[in-house]
Write a new protein. Structure first.
Length: 289
């Protein structure tokens, strides 16, 4: 029975004592600061939504093949087309046998099939160029040309940590079924910061690491020259060459067909001329007799 009187008393005390709400607000702020600090140290901030930031233009779609869509922060989704602008907060989703290339102005990104990623941050100032992506599954390859006058950074966060390049090229893959990340340095140096460590490691060109869900590096290996060269080649370039080769082959076939027809016509015409000549000769001999 006494609980009936105690509960209203506690509620009244809560609203009349501002120190309680202040203490809770302070604790909430401390929790938020702790999450932000963890985000900055580990690069894993998927649970921390920066909803207070207005989306800004980050990249332009320059090449596209297959079914690719963009999912906006408000939940709407639309098909990507060449020339479309991608903003921070947008998710990009590629289907089977699909790929898309994004131009960030200071660097480019190739997104392969069955991939889902989000554009988290974009900075394009006079001497600072920076992009931050979050890759949940699939495969992407950012290229950031080295420019001495510009401090550039292209970072990709995954379940295992944060990888970045500052004037080179890398390949980042995420196996969503096993929550495993694969990072390959394709050119120059690639940097990786595990979510369980504050020490950044450096990968030189041709090195590949496997990262588990908890941030542990379970495997380190070297990539062969042939495989490395293939990984560095853009799939769009390959398709362009195939298209050009197809056109050349079709033109050659058409030329050969035309040439064959011309040769056949000349042969038939020659036979007709020979037959006519023989007939004329035979007629001339008969007249002489």
């Amino acid at each position: 029975m006494y609980k009936i009187f105690i509960i209203p008393f506690l509620i009244l005390t809560f609203f009349l004592n501002p120190s309680i709400t202040k203490a809770e607000d302070t604790a909430s702020d401390q929790t938020m600061d702790a999450e932000m600090l963890k985000c900055l140290l580990s690069g894993i901030c998927d649970s921390f939504e920066e909803s207070n930031k207005t989306p800004i233009q980050a990249a332009t779609i320059t090449k596209i093949e297959g079914e690719v869509t963009v999912e906006h922060p408000d939940g709407t989704e639309e098909a990507l087309i060449q020339g479309m602008i991608i903003k921070t907060g947008d998710y990009i989703n590629t289907g089977f046998e699909a790929r898309v290339e994004l131009d960030f102005g200071y660097g480019k990104l190739t997104v392969y099939s069955v991939t889902r990623l989000r554009i988290d941050e974009y900075v394009n100032e006079e001497n600072i160029k920076k992009s931050q992506l979050y890759l949940t599954t699939g495969r992407i390859s950012p290229i950031l040309p080295h420019t001495a006058a510009i401090r550039g950074d292209f970072s990709v966060r995954t379940i295992g940590g944060n990888s970045s390049i500052r004037g080179s090229q890398m390949l980042v893959e995420v196996d969503g079924s096993r929550n495993r990340t694969f990072i390959t340095a394709l050119d120059g140096e690639t940097y990786f910061l595990s979510k369980k460590s504050t020490n950044e490691i450096t990968l030189t060109a041709g090195k590949k690491i496997t990262i588990e869900e908890d941030g542990t590096i379970s495997k380190e290996e070297a990539v062969g020259e042939a495989e490395l060269s293939e990984l560095k080649t853009s799939p769009f370039i390959d398709q362009k060459n195939n298209s050009e080769n197809k056109i050349i082959t079709e033109q050659t076939t058409a030329n050969e067909t035309t040439e064959t027809k011309d040769n056949n016509f000349i042969l038939i015409l020659s036979l007709v001329i020979i037959v006519v000549a023989l007939i004329i000769i035979v007629i001339a001999k008969k007249r002489k007799k």
